[in-house]
Design a protein around this ligand. Structure first.
Ligand code: PLP
Length: 398
């Protein structure tokens, strides 16, 4: 099936473009020995997990469902072929009901607080797991996206230097305090995740803060995890600087370095194909599409950002400008203003770009919207529908 023949709306992920990203990440691993994992939060199209698992060192999860998906769709198939594949998990707070399963699926477990280490750490170690603690180096390196800044004041993500040391070194507080002080030897590694779509200069700055605040503890650790938010596969990203950062931590502290990008694995590797349902006018030209910002690309409203659209320009740049909106009742379900060389026609197809990441993992059926189908474009250009959705997928969640 050609891309023009797919049902709409449809996410199309391009295998060759995923491979191009994987080659870049593989290069970093080969030159440095860093271990790179897929953060499933950004991209969980598991039809591609065997391919991704072959290139990367495994997957990381935000909770028990992603951990299970990574285990069943990446770890088990790769282990069956004799290839090592790691499964990691971090959660701000694990639930006791999930704990057995977490232990079954995961090799690395990262906790968010000393209390969580006290609660689950021993049983994780007894089960042979490598465990870590997420730290907050309190080093904000971005402006604008406050909801994506785990170093913002009052953040619940990661242990700050203040509470790390307080837990470790305060004396005379009774059994509870002593017990927590005894937790440090349980740790195999430290984890931080503070970046979002950033370059290696922000990583360098963050590492300085991590070393300054937690450097005393690093020699006792086996690994450090740099988290995600590294835009490694974006053209112009400073890969050499990233590699210097990796080598610095390896050489200074004798650590294994993990990096767990989500976006970078599937950046610019997918599309959302949609059809123009209707055009109209209210002072400006308007087109209603069969895809919704609110339901099918929620980051457009949440982040917010303007997704690239093939063969279009900025408002006013080309002859015909339209405000593109979704078919929901939400007034703000607007994708953006785009211009075209010709007037838009009903039934015409538009192709949004960079729609592999944070799209199908975040979509919803608000307003009874159908979910887009998911297709894979193979290297020969042929498209294969991986999954289609219907009424039952809407009803089944309610
Ligand atoms: C979101 C997240 C990632 C992936 O981030 P990207 O911006 O998609 O690279 C990795 N690790 C943790 C802990 C995260 O929360």
């Amino acid at each position: 099936m050609r891309i023009e023949e797919l049902p709409t709306p449809c996410y199309v992920v391009d295998e060759a473009l995923i491979e191009k990203n994987l080659q870049i990440l593989k290069g970093v691993m080969e030159r440095t020995g860093a271990r790179i994992l897929l953060a499933q939060k950004a991209f969980s199209m598991y039809a591609l997990y065997p391919l991704i698992g072959h290139s990367l060192c495994g997957a990381t999860a935000s909770g028990v469902y992603e951990a299970r998906l990574g285990y069943e769709e990446m770890v088990l198939p790769l282990r069956a072929q004799g290839k090592l594949c790691e499964n990691h998990v971090f959660s701000p707070a694990f639930r006791e009901v999930d704990w057995e399963e977490i232990l079954k699926y995961c090799d690395h477990i990262v906790f968010n607080s000393w209390k969580q280490v006290a609660k689950f750490g021993k049983s994780a170690k007894d089960a042979g797991k490598s465990i870590g603690l997420r730290v907050n180096p309190e080093c904000s390196t971005q402006e604008g996206h406050a909801i994506y800044d785990p170093c913002a004041p009052g953040s619940r993500l990661g242990v700050t230097h203040g509470s790390f040391v307080q837990r470790m070194e305060t004396d005379g507080q009774g059994d509870a305090a002593i017990e927590e002080r005894d937790l440090l030897p349980l740790l195999d590694g430290l984890h931080f995740h503070t970046l979002c779509e950033q370059d290696a200069d922000a990583l360098e700055q963050t590492l300085d803060a991590v070393e300054e605040q937690f450097g005393d503890y690093l020699p006792q650790m086996k690994w450090i995890n740099f988290g995600g938010g590294h835009h490694i596969t974006r053209p112009g990203y400073d890969i050499a600087r990233l590699e210097r950062c990796v080598k610095h931590m390896q050489d200074t502290y004798n650590l294994t370095v993990y990096i767990e990008p989500g976006e970078a694995v599937a950046l610019n590797a997918g599309f959302l194909v949609t059809e123009v349902l209707e055009t109209g006018k209210n002072g400006i030209d308007i087109a209603i599409l069969d895809t919704s910002a609110a339901c099918h690309m929620p980051d457009v409203l949440e982040m917010p950002y303007r997704p690239p659209l093939m063969d279009s320009g900025e408002a006013g740049e080309k002859a015909y400008t339209y405000r593109l909106g979704g078919p929901t009742c939400l007034a703000g379900d607007i994708i953006g203003d785009y211009s075209f060389d010709h007037p838009l026609q009903e039934g015409e197809r538009l192709i949004f770009e960079d729609m592999a990441i944070y799209s199908m993992v975040k979509n919803n059926t608000f307003n009874g919207m159908p979910l887009p189908a998911i297709a894979l474009r193979k290297k020969d250009g042929e498209c294969e529908i991986v999954r289609q959705f219907g009424y039952e997928d809407f009803k089944g969640r309610l």
